[in-house]
Design a protein around this ligand. Sequence first.
Ligand code: GLN
Length: 482
Amino acid sequence: MNFNSFRKEIFSNNASVKELVNDIFAKIDQKDPEINSYICTTKDSAISQAENIDKLIQNNEDLPPLAGIPIAVKDNICTKGVATTCASKMLKNFVAPYEATASSKLWSSGGICLGKTNLDEFAMGSSTETSLFGVTSNPWDINRVPGGSSGGSAASVAAGFCAAAIGSDTGGSIRQPASFCGVVGLKPTYGRVSRWGLVAFASSLDQIGPITNTVSDAAEILYSISGKDPFDSTCLDKPVPNYLADLNKSIKGLKIGIIKECFEHPGLNSEVKESVLSGVDRFKTLGAEIIEVECPRFNDGIATYYVIAPSEASANLARYDGVKYGYRSNDGLNLIDMTSKSRAEGFGDEVQRRILIGTYALSAGYTDAYYKKAQKVRTLIRKDFDNAFKKVDLLLTPTCPTTAFLKGDFVNDPLSMYLSDLLTVPVNLAGLPAISIPCGFDTKGLPIGMQLIGNVLEEDRILNAANIFEIDAQVINNRALF
Ligand code: GLN
């Protein structure tokens, strides 16, 4: 249910917020065992938040902008008093003592927290198959993955188990699952949204952002969570525009760049390519000017990301030592033994693989060959984007080379799994904003996502173009799959 239909229900006095929230929990209880999108729900506090909003409505008081909107939170975002597990044995019993800035802004805007959603352990993955709490299913086909790492958030929006969710995106974890689940996912400019309270994976890449049914819902959530935060020094001190204001502006004359290298990549599925190119034609019909641009380093994004992200992860995850945080092994003989056993038992295979790769890339003798070289390529990727934005206003690519794959397809083949991030990671390396919106279906009936990339802090432009496209294309009419 999108925000406006939810509001219609409330304001036409068809139902109270409490009743609507209760209905959603009933649906979650009945259907989520099949999807496994939530790690935990927070029904009691949700109901009391709903009652508060109902009181405001009854008393005709001013309502905050997201009053009564039921929202799910990825379980690597700290929620005060509620377990924040990162889907890992390491943090299985960790109850956050404070609230993340992004989620606290949602609650002070009237949003209602429904619970915490499943993810790949520590947000490392593209399929939500590495969670301690089991695999999440794609609501379009439960034999398939929902994408990752914010797979629980995307699946819960697609299944109608919340009206919106927030996720985190380090290399595509909002956009890729949004694409696999046929919903909208937006990764903001690096620094647009505070990372305070987001469990760090790769700090120079991580951003929190919305996953929603519609572009205008994404604009509302982004408006609520953006802005300067004294707790995060990388958070930008820039005014937050009203993202709803320009959503319906005409896109006549908007220059959209098609990145040549993406469409020529041999790994790109032909049905995905065809569908995204018909999306390009639609933009042409809507008055946009389509220009082919070159980003010669775009396809080096994967190799660059898989050095930089694990390097940062190896440093960030050093804090889980069985003392300061997290799981502690019982049979350590001494401090070193206890620490290494705690880490070996507490972290899953993929997390350990990343820590090993990162530690290797940062070790003396290898930093120049790997880490520093990757940083140089990162700068070149950013320069490619800078050059492209001299010619165009927005860039367009598929979000992902394929549609949702089958569970188990790549669990033992991490390199192939990494390839599904091909089209999303360059955006994080350059710190740019990007959105994934549904643009069609393949012959199996699985949703296909299209990515629009903007220049720094130009979220308003991508939201405007995405909204015009969404209204014209009507790709997904009946969004409640369950
Ligand atoms: N799939 C990518 C990875 O495995 C991206 C993850 C993310 O954005 N959190 O690292």
